[in-house]
Design a protein around this ligand. Structure first.
Ligand code: FE2
Ligand code: FE2
Length: 163
């Protein structure tokens, strides 16, 4: 679920990344609420949310974080990387559960756990990391990231630093 930055003129990168947080949350919540729908399309919906989250983490770690001031953000960035690792492992487990035919109850519980991890992560990332992002990247760099956010794909086989 790529964010179309060009549709929000004047929107900052922080706003675009925050918007993607919400879109991913909504997609997972939608999956949890749609227990009466066709299982195949539900599974597809969840897998799309998972791959959007993986790509979001990729853009943060490979593109955005490296521009941020290490001196002041070393600790928060360490925490962000560690939590990305937890999210990554949780997504691996969720994909396995989907393929392994876990019960709906189990999958919904797994989603709930993923959502709590996300809430904990995003509630720090949005106020601590994202405001620095708009300040630290040049206009050109911001345009490049916006371009990736709008359509870039996760490179095959990429995993996050602390996965
Ligand atoms: Fe994020
Ligand atoms: Fe993050």
């Amino acid at each position: 679920m790529p964010v179309n930055v060009s549709s929000a003129p004047g929107g900052s990168l922080a706003e675009a990344f925050t918007k993607e947080h919400h879109e991913i949350d909504v997609a997972i919540e939608k999956y949890m609420a749609s227990t009466h729908d066709d299982p195949e399309s539900r599974a597809k919906m969840l897998l799309e949310a998972v791959s959007a989250l993986r790509r979001h983490i990729y853009l943060e770690e490979e593109v955005v974080f490296r521009h941020l001031p290490r001196a002041t953000l070393m600790m928060p960035l360490m925490v962000m990387h560690r939590e990305h690792g937890e999210l990554w492992r949780r997504m691996d487990a969720l994909e396995e559960s989907l393929q392994g035919g876990s019960t709906d109850e189990q999958l919904v519980a797994d989603c709930q756990e993923l959502l709590s991890l996300l809430e904990n992560h995003n509630s720090k990332e949005e106020p601590i990391i994202y405001p620095q992002m708009d300040a630290a990247l040049s206009v050109l760099e911001q345009q490049q990231v916006a371009h990736l956010l709008a359509g870039g794909a996760l490179p095959e086989g990429w995993i996050c630093q602390d996965a």
